[in-house]
Design a protein around this ligand. Structure first.
Ligand SMILES: [Zn+2]
Length: 105
């Protein structure tokens, strides 16, 4: 597989509406996810966190960079307000997290 440049990957995510905000009511818990090329990842900007392997190895373990491209896409989408918001009830958190963790690769 040809490696795409990071900027192109970020643009692709935003073009596809791949940054998603999930809000659970009434608690107002906010969970963000980014649909990358390899699957869905949970992301968080404060503190910076992503569930992908790149983030784990390059950012946490080797400390070679601060962010993976999912996080860059998240920050850009927030800046542009270019994301999709989904509303759930608090009772759905458990179902949601099961669904998300099953889609992690
Ligand atoms: Zn990532």
């Amino acid at each position: 597989m040809k490696k795409k440049r990071e900027k192109e990957r970020i643009k692709l995510i935003l073009d596809r509406g791949g940054v998603k905000r999930h809000i659970f009511l009434p608690s107002n818990i906010e969970i963000w996810s980014v649909v990358g090329e390899e699957g869905d990842y949970l992301v968080n900007d404060k503190p910076l966190f992503c569930t992908c392997k790149d983030f784990y190895y390059l950012c946490l373990i080797k400390k070679r960079k601060k962010m993976c491209y999912h996080l860059k896409a998240l920050l850009l989408a927030k800046k542009r307000k270019d994301y999709i918001t989904y509303y759930f009830t608090d009772e759905e958190i458990e179902i949601f997290s099961k669904f998300v963790f099953n889609s992690l690769k």
